[in-house]
Design a protein around this ligand. Sequence first.
Ligand SMILES: [Zn+2]
Ligand SMILES: [Zn+2]
Length: 261
Amino acid sequence: MLIDSHCHLFMPEFDPDRPQALSRARAAGVTNLVLVGYDLPSSREAVLLADREDGVFALVAIHPHHAVDATAAALTELAELASHPKVVGIGETGLDFYRTRSPREAQEAAFRAHLELARALRLPVAIHDREAHAETMRILAEGAEEIPAVVLHCFSGDRAMATEAWARGYYTAAGGPITYPNANGLREIFRDAPRDRVLLETDAPYLPPTPHRGRRNEPAYLPLIADRLAELWGADSGQIGRTTAANTCRAFRLPCREERG
Ligand SMILES: [Zn+2]
Ligand SMILES: [Zn+2]
């Protein structure tokens, strides 16, 4: 049992073979997927797909790249989408100072507005942080304790940030980058992570794990990421699946069966 806690299966990259990609994921043992919106149209798509498919859930938000679109009207529509029973959180929101496609001030304002929405609706949040570690942690510190769970998706911070995140009770998600040859620092962070704070994700179609780099990523590749974590933890893949699935169910309050073993 594996859960892909963050992917974008609704994107046009999957138009030619979306049902097959979902079947391949299930055949690979990926029993649940969390589809993550990044603007209003994609948030609607995520909810529609989650509505149709068993074991598929959605998060809704406006990505920091599109922060200038996070108007009051847009946030009202996100709140309406969030009333759907398969919507389990707000995301992805946060800061991206790597590409800075929206001005920093707009990103920070949109991030705060999303956190306010999550507080008001009592929903977990999935955070996108690219080259904005200190600012992300500072804004989260302004009131994330009222938010049921904080997931740092595709965690890319340093050890100090990870330690602080775990101390605050945040979850850190491992994706394709933990399989990359030059990612020893990141692997050491996940090696030492508290076992109840780690989720798995593909971020498909982005960030394919080794050996699929340079091509489209898909949720069926999640076992490659789980296997790498299994090596780091000296555990077997089944144990990794059970532990990270239980963490994901707790973080996003998914209706998962409690698996014991
Ligand atoms: Zn992201
Ligand atoms: Zn994403």
